[in-house]
Unconditional design. Structure first.
Lengths: 118, 358
């Protein structure tokens, strides 16, 4: 099997060295900062830009993009799915993302159709 | 380093095929599968919410108008409290990942410290959510009113303090015409002045106009309400009636302000009992009833997950103290608990966006 030295192995009994720990902690604090800043930006936008204003659609899309960004940081770094084997990463992510994309599509399409009938 | 070929497999770790798939333990892989199924559940809830909101024709409650209260403070602080809750949960996720990191270095002291911090963070979050639910259930001081033309509106402004009730016609508990009922001598049944006022309004026991309201208390006592005037009372029309169109969130001039008679309209509605305070499963002051149902169900289900997470984290914390994982030779249990805890944070990120921001 192909050897990868760009990732830190997480299997059992494969303990991390002090140096690896330091590297991980640095990454954790970096992600903490990103998550906090993104949340602050979201709250500021939510409080300042009113629903129904010209900017609202842009802000709404931005909210969703920022939310997915935050989710990606949590899953990839905090749950360190990014450091697991590629096969595990995609087994977890791919079926979920495909199904959700479909469900969002069908939910909003049906929602619009029901709204049009009422 | 990678793959089972280069690792010596312990029989307790490897599965029956004598190797662990993806180089992860059985428990961790199953935790991932559980989290995928739980994520499908929450995804389904949020999309059901999206469907309902998308298909609803009228005005949906607006996050920064609905959630603008802080404990101990008067006034409007849009989204400040939920932002604080979000921050608390992110920080407790960080302490959890630091515990996992310490576990990988077999640093028992580090794991102990960060696990304790995570449990505390979780408790603070659940406590915050309890306050938020309590505020949501009890509602605002103004409530939601149905105006004389049939339109339905929520109110913004500073509610003038109720100073006392001046007895006009004595009842069973209060005697002495002209005497004052204050929070010091009010009966337990009436609670406090504010509670008695809202209760009377909802039960059609208020009458009169702004500044000259009469209240009938539980025991039949009729009293004059001594109340400071409200400041900047604005009515935000949510459902249009004969005379008022729906207010646009982006344009505050579409609200009914004091010059347009908001005070008279509001107190006329109160004296007719056309008011709803707070939220329950039958009605709520914020918007359509499905909104209340979804709010209670989705944030409640998330809060339930947080509570379970705190219990798991406490069990893990006790085992860390006892040295169970240190003797086992690895801290994978901390990592598994951590996956669940991060997932709870992950769900909140989405709940925050779809219930409060959008």
């Amino acid at each position: 099997m192909e050897q990868r030295d760009d990732i830190i192995e997480y299997s059992l009994y494969n303990h991390h060295s002090e140096e690896e720990g330091k590297k991980l902690r640095k990454k954790i604090w970096k992600v903490t900062l990103i998550l906090s800043v993104v949340t602050a930006v979201e709250v500021l936008l939510g409080a300042l830009v009113k629903q129904g204003s010209d900017m609202w659609l842009t802000v709404k899309v931005l909210f969703i993009v920022l939310t997915v960004l935050k989710a990606a940081y949590i899953v990839m770094t905090f749950m360190h799915l990014g450091d697991e084997k590629k096969a595990l990463k995609w087994i977890v992510l791919l079926p979920y993302l495909i199904f959700m994309a479909y469900l969002i599509f069908i939910g909003l399409t049906e929602g619009a159709a029901v709204a049009a009938k009422m | 380093m990678a793959g089972h070929a280069s690792n010596e497999i312990n029989a307790n770790v490897g599965w029956d095929g004598n190797g662990s798939p993806f180089s992860v333990g059985y428990g961790k892989l199953m935790m991932w599968f559980f989290l995928v199924s739980d994520a499908l559940t929450f995804g389904g809830f949020l999309i059901a919410y999206g469907f309902t909101r998308y298909s609803y024709g009228g005005a949906w409650p607006i996050g920064e108008e609905t959630f603008d209260a802080l404990p101990f403070l008067q006034g409007s602080y849009p989204l400040a409290y939920v932002a604080l809750m979000t921050f608390i949960l992110i920080i407790s996720s960080v302490t959890m990942v630091l515990a996992v990191e310490a576990g990988h270095r077999m640093d028992r002291k580090g794991v102990t410290k960060w696990m304790l911090a995570t449990v505390l963070g979780g408790l603070i979050f659940v406590g915050s959510q309890a306050w938020e639910w309590s505020h949501f259930i009890h509602g605002t001081k103004f409530g939601r009113v149905e105006l004389s033309d049939g339109s339905i509106a929520t109110a913004k402004g500073d509610f003038g303090k109720i100073q006392s009730f001046e007895i006009v016609k004595p009842g069973a508990h209060y005697a002495g015409i002209g005497e004052l009922i204050t929070n010091d001598n009010i009966t337990k049944e009436d609670g406090d002045l504010m509670h008695a006022f809202q209760h009377a309004a909802a039960k059609r026991n208020l009458s009169g106009t702004a500044g000259a309201m009469l209240i009938t208390l539980h025991d039949g006592t009729v009293a004059k309400v001594n109340k400071e005037a409200d400041k900047n009372l604005e009515l935000i029309v949510k459902v249009a009636g004969n005379n008022h169109a729906v207010s646009v969130a982006a344009d505050e001039s579409t609200r009914i302000n004091e010059e347009e008679g908001s005070v008279a309209l509001y107190y006329e509605a109160l004296s007719k009992g056309n008011v709803v305070y707070g939220a329950n499963l039958d009605e709520n002051e914020y918007g359509p009833q499905t909104y209340g149902h979804f709010f209670f169900f989705v944030t409640g289900f998330h809060g339930f997950h947080v509570t379970i997470g705190i219990i798991l984290n406490i069990v893990i914390f006790i085992n860390v103290l006892k040295g169970t994982y240190h003797r086992r030779g690895h801290y994978e249990m901390v990592e598994k608990g951590g996956l669940y805890w991060h997932f709870v944070d992950l769900v909140w990120v989405f709940v925050f966006t779809f219930f409060y921001l959008i």
